[in-house]
Design a protein around this ligand. Sequence first.
Ligand code: 8YV
Length: 332
Amino acid sequence: MSARPRVWVTQPVFGDILARLERHFDVCVEAEVAPRSADELRAGLRDVDGALVFIPDRIDAAVIAGAKRLRAIANVGVGYDNLDVAALTAAGIVATNTPDVLTETTADFAWALLLATARRVTEAERWLREGRWTTWSFELMLGRDVHGSTLGILGMGRIGQAIARRARGFGMRVLYHNRSRLAPDVERDCAAAHVAMNELLVHSDHLVLALPHSAQTHHAIGATELARMKPGATLVNIARGGIVDDAALADALAAGRIAAAGLDVYEGEPAVHPRLLACRNVVLTPHIASASEATRRAMVALAVDNLTAALGAGPHAGRPANPLNADASLAR
Ligand code: 8YV
């Protein structure tokens, strides 16, 4: 019987990077990408020391209840609302995430969605492919200007700031709302002004959501907030489903209260609200904001390093770079 710690990886990603785990651990990598039910997660975690998990894997108290050997969970992603960190801490299990490496790629994608949404890029392509372009028309696919407009950012962490910095090239005024105000030098660097939530809603021509999902931010954008937004504004969500009330958004779009939305994340993903699917003025992408090859590789590499260190191996043994619960080992 092997004395090496055992590690479970719930998706078969970048084999050359996962191979690094084999230097220290006995590794079991799932052969297929599939949603893992609570029962499957419980079974997978039961006899391992650590696991590399992804955002669809919901790791809560029930799932880890029988996992007596489990010491570390490395989440591949900066957002970690799929982890019950309190339950992991109470069980003495170290949790880690992958910040920083995806910031710029995710900010790029926020802009891709914003431009596509405001300028009706995917709607126009669909229309053309349907063979409906029979004559050039001056008033065809009139969109909304991005340059010179007011960009609102809700959630001004690393990704929000990277989105703001890009706005300079478009000559935009940038407003943001965040739990805490940025330090003056950071605010200057982003050329962004802190405003109250209501002002953000009322003044933004384009509102981008870049905040984490939690009980406090659940449905931060619902019917009330949508009704306060500038008529004809656009909404972009690259953060998490659940921050937006998707049914209320479908109502606001159908009623023309806001002009359009660009969404990468959804409340019940991979299911998408049927009324959003039916809306002409919504750009929909399947949670790919960080999906450049280089960034996805960097995320997995960081998660591998975090897991290795959290399990006491490698050059940073015992000191994972991105702990979410540095106090976890005390609970053991
Ligand atoms: C990834 C993300 O798609 O990092 C996040 O929080 O949502 C995305 O970058 C995801 O984490 C992959 O597991």
